[in-house]
Design a binder for this molecule. Structure first.
Ligand code: PGU
Length: 460
């Protein structure tokens, strides 16, 4: 055995290290195997001794090129453009009036406190940081909500909104085989990917009416009614993405009626709590109304937007159950799903959220900063409307811009018109006609209005 290893050890410089180690009496088989696992080298075996032969034929030859992501790919294209007037209105990420990314002051303060505390970086439990899970459920449902007091909520920290949705999708796939998820038409593009990858069947319910540039409420209700009993109805808790059109409180009531009648399960994606109105409580009203009716509810949360923690990947999945025992079982299964996927979640973002929400002074500061961000977007929305109305002499009614809420405006531009926005005007946006007003400044509103008017009237 030792002589075979010695003959191999002399073959390459890296293997000579092994030779050295063998001489020291340590048989390091790991470094010999390293050569065999390099995917770019084909190893031809002669018994125990290998000859390495380079080959151009990849094991990955059959893998085709994936298309760029319809949202995150827009940022890549934007970076590659060096035009001085370029604008990135693709991704929903808040920018300052100077169009720079923004780290909230309150996050900087919480970060400093964390550093001073000098906390360790041991693994979190599979379900995440206990202090985070407590405050995140309270923030969504309200601290005094009976479902919290009665321990009827299964809360698990997730990898932001996306990861939390993915956990819920896996739970549906495992425990509700064949059950369908109904998603709005249109919706955030990644919803379809999430359910496809989790192998959960989905179909769409009508939501947006291009004729009124508003909600197709009748269509929505009819489609939810027509879905097989016990379907999961995916709802945007507030600030619907991409349309910026939310149901009124009365309409939410009717939606809840139909969901209850059909024994469906409401599944909220609430990625913009605080960003629609500037108030965390107002934006959670839809979720809380369903819970107050005694319904079982799933809700995925994200802190990407409202705390600007995009890259921290911090969010949660909550399942409100009719008993504490059911909640405990659901939580145990969510943990079982998380464990082989990513084992346990990252700690830093969870500590930031827990410290801000758990400290009344920091919490107040956060609310003020959120109001400021939501306010800036509202100002930009008004300025864009004013610019469109004053520049466009065709008589077109642009007031839909003012009726939409949240980060986005759904312009109604078609794909060719969106291409014109990018190719001619260097305005980067998603091809469904959505623009992120969070990436727009007051100073750029007139330029954007020129681009929209040109694309709308001169491209069909
Ligand atoms: N749900 C909705 C409705 C969203 O709009 C987003 C983000 C998420 C969940 C997930 O965000 P997390 O960061 O995972 O918490 N949508 C943005 C961000 C870019 C993207 O597509 O991930 C957008 O521009 O639509």
């Amino acid at each position: 055995m030792a002589s075979t290893l010695l003959s191999l050890a002399s073959a390459t410089p890296s293997a000579s290290l092994c030779f050295h180690e063998i001489n020291k009496g340590k048989l390091n088989l790991g470094c010999i195997n390293k050569e065999k696992t390099n995917p770019f080298i084909k190893a031809k075996s002669f018994g125990r001794v290998s000859m390495v032969v380079a080959s151009n034929v990849s094991h990955f030859e059959g893998i085709t090129m994936a298309p760029p992501d319809p949202i995150l790919g827009v940022s890549e294209a934007f970076k590659a453009d060096d035009h001085e007037l370029k604008l990135n209105l693709g991704v929903g990420a808040y920018r300052t009036e100077e169009l720079q990314p923004y780290v909230l002051d309150v996050v900087k303060k919480a970060d400093k406190l964390l550093l001073e505390k000098g906390e360790n970086l041991e693994y979190l439990p599979i379900e995440g940081l206990a202090a985070f899970n407590k405050v995140t459920a309270e923030l969504l449902f309200g601290a005094d909500n009976p479902v919290i007091k009665q321990q009827r909520v299964a809360t698990v920290q997730g990898l932001s909104g996306t990861g939390s949705l993915r956990l819920a999708a896996a739970l549906i796939e495992r425990y509700f085989p064949g059950a369908k998820v109904l998603i709005s038409s249109p919706t955030w593009g990644n919803h379809k990917n999430i359910f496809n990858d989790a192998r959960v069947p989905w179909s769409e319910y009508r939501y947006y009416d291009p004729k009124t540039v508003g909600l197709d409420f009748e269509g929505m209700i009819a489609d939810i009614k027509a879905a097989p009993e016990g379907s999961f109805i995916l709802l945007h808790g507030c600030a619907h993405n991409p349309t910026g059109i939310d149901p009124t409180p009365e309409q939410w009531g009717v939606i809840a009626d139909v969901i209850q009648e059909k024994n469906h399960i409401p599944f909220f994606d609430i990625a913009y709590q605080g960003f629609a109105s500037g108030s965390l409580d107002t934006d959670a009203a839809s979720v809380r109304m369903f819970v107050a009716r005694g319904m079982e509810v799933i809700a995925a949360q994200s802190y990407s937007k409202n705390l600007g923690l995009y890259a921290e990947r911090i969010g949660a999945i909550n399942v409100v159950c009719s008993s504490p025992e059911a909640a405990a079982r659901v939580k145990s299964q969510l943990k079982r799903i998380a464990r082989p996927m990513y084992s346990n979640p990252p700690v830093h973002g969870a500590r930031i959220v827990a410290n801000i929400v758990g400290d009344s002074a920091l919490f107040k500061e956060w609310n003020a900063e959120m109001e400021m961000m939501a306010g800036r977007i509202k100002n930009v929305r008004h300025k864009l409307f004013d610019s469109l109305s004053s520049k466009d002499k065709s008589g077109k009614d642009w007031s839909f811009v003012l009726k939409q809420i949240g980060m986005f405006s759904f312009t109604g531009l078609n794909k060719a018109q969106c291409d014109n926005m990018t190719n001619k005007w260097h305005v980067y946006m998603t091809k469904d006609g959505r623009i992120s007003l969070a990436g727009l400044s007051l100073a750029k509103c007139e330029y954007l209005a020129d681009a929209i008017i040109d694309s709308y009237h001169n491209v069909s």
